[in-house]
Ligand binder design. Structure first.
Ligand code: NAD
Length: 237
């Protein structure tokens, strides 16, 4: 394991991929050694970072951690590469199906993996608040309302499902509503409604850097750990 964590960024030309490349350039604890785009890259090397097409994945240089923010279609190849190379995987790709989630669990026998629907610190705290509210307000209606930009493919969002699962695990019966409008980065409201009163827990993401920073932080801390399933809160310090 080198002192600087060597990263492969999967989905490098996307909104999150671009934020990861930009923010990693400011860090000393990690460096991008390969950026993977879905189509053949127009330029082979950008700001010193080598770019590869998804079909050239097997030719990527050695890396310690892959950070994947792509689409579910790209998930199986990057997971297989991480297992083949003995590298860790940090993934924020949402909309994974049950087969993909089972494959991730199975891979955790051999490599460290961290999948999270949201890498922001605020949402980690919001999830804990939702757990407490659901347990303290039995019988109240619980609604998770999320809003995102019009390009987002999955609904409800992965974060909405995580928040809903936190409420369900504490006794709530959850309903979901999704809005797709303009360029909204991501807003989540968990609303508990009783007779004559209402509690609203809200998180608003102002930009994608909060997710990218969280994923880079997690990747730097995941490198070199034993195989297993990790959560964002395991790596927060
Ligand atoms: P985007 O559409 O801007 O980017 C996706 C990228 O993946 C594109 O560059 C695309 O070319 C690439 N891609 C598509 N199919 C691929 C394949 N088969 N192989 C390799 N690359 C492929 O999307 P985005 O806004 O950057 O979001 C990416 C993912 O991250 C989505 O699933 C989104 O929901 C999720 N997301 C998660 C978090 C979080 O904190 N967990 C935050 C924001 C977005």
């Amino acid at each position: 394991m080198s002192e600087t964590t060597r990263l492969l960024i999967h989905g490098a030309s996307g909104r999150m991929g671009q934020a990861l490349l930009r923010l990693c350039a400011d860090r000393t604890d990690c460096a991008v050694v390969a950026a993977i785009t879905n189509r053949s890259p127009v330029q082979r090397v950008v700001d010193g970072v080598p770019f590869f097409a998804a079909k050239e994945l097997s030719g990527a240089p050695a890396f310690d951690v892959a950070i994947d923010f792509s689409l579910p279609e790209g998930f199986a190849p990057i997971l297989a590469l991480c297992v083949a190379r003995g590298a860790a995987l940090v993934s924020g790709t949402t909309g994974l199906d049950e087969v993909q989630r089972a494959a991730l669990e199975a891979a955790a026998q051999r490599i460290p993996v961290l999948w999270a629907s949201n890498f922001s610190l605020g949402v980690a705290v919001l999830t804990e608040l939702v757990e407490r509210a659901a347990a303290a307000l039995p019988g109240w209606d619980c609604d998770v309302v999320e809003a995102h930009h019009t390009q987002k493919k999955d609904a409800p969002s992965g974060t909405a499902l995580t928040l809903g699962a936190a409420a369900t695990a504490n006794g709530a019966k959850v309903s979901y509503a999704s809005l797709r409008a303009g360029d909204i980065v991501g807003e989540h409201t968990v609303q508990f409604t009783g007779l004559g009163e209402r509690v609203e827990l809200v998180h608003r993401a102002g930009n994608r850097d909060i997710f990218a920073r969280g994923a880079l932080h997690a990747a730097a801390r995941l490198a070199g750990r034993p195989p297993g399933v990790y959560r964002v809160r395991d790596l927060l310090d």
